[in-house]
Ligand binder design. Structure first.
Ligand code: FAD
Ligand code: FES
Ligand code: FES
Length: 484
């Protein structure tokens, strides 16, 4: 077990969570999706004594949209934003940004609020919040307050949130309907944190001059930055190469990017200039166009073939207000590959350790233990997750599918057959995670292109570098399904 021992506290309401935060303040950490916090805990860079798990708190996962505002609860999963047709229609830049956050299995679990509070200066969601001057709603046991994005972000991984406060929701004021938009970034690989990211929203008046514009940059300083000087230079101009170049120069002068192992300051500055110019052009080309919401809708999505995960859901043993101390074990009940399993686990026991050591399901592999390699990918309630970034106690009441559950030695799953036929495995270490990720990909894309397969599996690393045959196998499985 990697994290230091902790007490797991599982409130059911916001008030209860606030009471716990008030009691434990600096000794406590709030757990949302765990996609940033659990890697830190696995490295022991974070060692909270109390972990307040928000995943059972009711009412924090609402998506509400009216003529003027998109309101997101703090616990809305990133993948649900990505799959929302109304967000794709009304605030397409948010969807475009989220598609660039990590990989599907991480977005399935990661929350909007967690990303906002983690406050990585390269992160896409804080960038969009800054561009649109979103409002953050904070609550403590004593008071409620709202903070504008420009005041919320105060430095590197630093926000205005106090130790006893909870972020409960974020409001985005919608830009005028006919605006164009672009969120774009330079990364080493798709899904990595951005070296530099840009967000632009652009609207034209009746005379076709620029009447509304937002320009923000991420990865160029300790916090995302809205470049109001560049916006001022664009307002009232006709859109075109020259004003876009001028605005890009102004934006570049406004930033003082750091040098680090990923890029030098001068490289970041150069990339910022190029990205601002390009993003303005793309946004202009999208003025008054609408984006197709696309095939993915998380509410309707199912793994293929139909019925594959229709196993009996385990009865949850979870009691409201459940909490447990560092040495105490927690009773859980899960349905793993259709079989109900009960056990007691230590709070810090990861789901992958539980599957491998307690249940003997060693088909799920464990590599990096901080969410990067994808070897531990499984399905939890129909969505892929990194089982190294979940605690077993969090899976109580859930339905889990591991590689052992998708085929048998006598009757391999179509994806397993395709992997064998196309020599898509060498040492086989990455294969279980690849197949689970491919299962979800083929659920969401009936006939994926090579590019979609590469992006969909981008979070699963193959140390043997067998990517060409892996892509070929997934493509073949998709073709095979079409002909059945
Ligand atoms: C391999 C990998 C690649 C990634 N790539 C990207 C990327 O390209 N872009 C990107 O933006 N992110 C990336 N992430 C991070 C991911 O987006 C996380 O989901 C996100 O940063 C944190 O959200 P979470 O819900 O997982 O929060 P958690 O990890 O649970 O929490 C993060 C922090 O916020 C606090 N917190 C959470 N919710 C609240 C709340 N409601 N009120 C108060 N405090 C709260 C927690 O205490 C913790 O300090 C990546 C993660 C991994 C593992
Ligand atoms: S992502 Fe979980 S072990 Fe690497
Ligand atoms: S087949 Fe060896 S790691 Fe992918």
């Amino acid at each position: 077990m990697k994290p230091a021992p902790f007490n797991l506290l599982r409130p059911r309401s916001v008030d209860e969570a606030l009471g716990l935060l008030q009691s434990y303040r600096d000794e406590a950490k709030v757990l949302a999706g765990g996609q940033s916090l659990v890697p830190l805990m696995n490295f022991r860079l974070a060692q909270p004594h109390y972990l307040i798990d928000l995943n059972g708190v009711e009412g924090l996962d609402k998506i509400e949209i009216d003529d003027q505002t998109l309101s997101l609860g703090a616990m809305v999963r990133q993948r649900d934003v990505e799959g929302s047709p109304s967000i794709a229609e009304r605030l397409p830049i948010l969807r475009e940004a989220i598609e660039q956050v990590a990989h599907p299995a991480i977005r399935n679990r990661g929350t909007v609020g967690g990303s906002m509070v983690h406050a990585d200066p390269s992160a896409e969601l804080p960038l969009i919040a800054t561009a649109l001057d979103a409002n953050f709603h904070l609550r403590s046991a004593q008071a409620n307050r709202s903070v504008a994005a420009k005041d919320f972000y105060q430095g590197y991984l630093l926000t205005d949130i106090a130790p006893d406060e909870l972020l409960v929701g974020i409001d985005f004021r919608l830009p005028p309907a006919a605006c164009g938009w672009c969120c774009s970034e330079i990364t080493r690989r798709h899904g990595d944190f951005a070296i530099v990211a840009v967000a632009v929203v652009l609207g034209l008046g009746g005379d076709r001059r620029i009447a509304f514009v937002r320009v923000a940059l991420g990865g160029v300083g300790p916090a995302p930055l809205r470049v109001e000087a560049a916006e001022a230079a664009l307002l009232g101009e006709w859109p075109g190469a020259e004003p876009f170049r001028r605005a890009a120069d102004i934006a570049t002068q406004a930033v003082d990017p750091p040098s680090d192992i990923h890029a030098s300051s001068s490289y970041r500055r150069h990339v910022a200039r190029v990205l601002v110019r390009r993003a303005l052009s793309v946004a202009e080309s999208r003025v008054a166009t609408r984006r197709d919401p696309g095939p993915f809708d998380s509410a309707q999505g199912r793994p293929f073939p139909r019925g594959e995960t229709e196993h009996l859901r385990a009865a949850s043993s979870r009691e409201p207000n459940g909490s447990s101390g560092p040495g105490e074990r927690i009773s859980i009940a899960v349905a793993v590959n259709g079989v109900r399993r009960t056990a007691t686990v230590e709070p810090r026991c990861s789901l992958v350790d539980f599957l491998r050591h307690d249940l003997g399901l060693v088909g799920t592999h464990v590599g990096c233990e901080h969410g990067v390699c994808g070897a531990c990918t499984i399905m939890l309630d129909g969505r892929t997750v990194r089982s190294c970034l979940l605690f077993a106690a969090q899976a109580d009441g859930a339905e889990i599918i591991t590689i052992e559950g998708i085929g048998t030695n006598e009757a391999l799953h179509p994806l397993q057959l395709a992997f064998r036929q196309h020599h898509a495995l060498q040492c086989g270490f990455c294969t279980p995670g690849m197949i689970l990720a491919a299962l979800e990909l083929l659920r969401d894309h009936a006939d994926p292109t090579e590019e979609e397969i590469r992006v969909g599996l981008g979070g699963n690393l193959c140390m043997c570098t067998g990517y060409v045959n892996i892509v070929r196998a997934v493509r073949a499985a998709a073709q095979e399904r079409k002909t059945v």
